[in-house]
Write a protein that binds this ligand. Structure first.
Ligand code: PCA
Length: 204
């Protein structure tokens, strides 16, 4: 019997003043199969409530073996593989439905933090060996991306699922910074980075 692994990969819709979100632009171009695994691509809204409602549904319905969430980290220079998600929503900017939480827990009665369960060091190593600048990041922030990572890991923990999950932040795409002096990466390289990260996660 051939067992096909399933990888759920998510990116976000645009937020703030941006017209695109490089996480979604890169991932929507991924093939439907990588190293024999089925790739399921979903776009998430940039809303705290949306990711808290949608991610548990997606994980339960799709039954993925691996969940790789991705998002834009404007201003960061490289691919950032997140180590940890914390149980807090604290934002200075409104989300896409105007919600701006301050010091709120994502879930009451949940731990303070969860560590990523995808192989973060292996992913960074694989990216670097493809000559893609990458690092482990020790904070996914306290905005919607951190909430998404926390929600996925919490869903997996409370349901006792054997699913690996983690979050990868990507820089702005070149087209977003044509008139700004901030770091960016080509969508082509970001797409390659996601492919390499998926392959490295499957290689466990
Ligand atoms: N980045 C934001 C939310 C959506 C996205 O792509 C973040 O880092 O929280």
């Amino acid at each position: 019997m051939v067992i096909t692994l399933k990888v759920l990969v998510t990116g976000f819709e645009p937020f703030g003043k941006e017209k695109i979100n490089p996480s979604w632009e890169a991932l929507r171009k991924l093939p439907d199969e990588i190293s024999g695994a089925k790739i399921i691509k979903k776009q998430l809204p940039v809303t705290f409530k949306g990711v808290k409602a949608l991610l548990p549904e997606l994980i339960v319905e799709m039954e993925p073996d691996i969940v790789i969430l991705t998002g834009q980290a404007g201003g960061r220079p490289n691919i950032a593989v997140e180590r940890v998600a914390i149980n807090v929503m604290d934002s200075t900017r409104e989300d896409n439905e105007g919600y701006k939480p301050e010091d709120e827990p994502i879930f009451e009665d949940a731990p303070a933090a969860y560590f990523a369960t995808i192989p973060i060091k292996r992913i960074v190593k694989a990216l670097r060996s493809e000559r893609i600048p990458a690092m482990v990041s020790n904070s996914a922030g306290t905005y919607v991306c951190n909430t998404a990572m926390f929600t996925a890991l919490h869903t997996i923990a409370i349901r006792n699922l054997s699913v690996k999950a983690g979050f990868i932040h990507v820089p702005y795409a070149h087209e977003q910074v044509l008139e700004k002096a901030v770091p960016s990466m080509s969508l082509r390289t970001i797409k390659k980075a996601l492919e390499v990260s998926i392959q490295a996660s499957l290689g466990l």
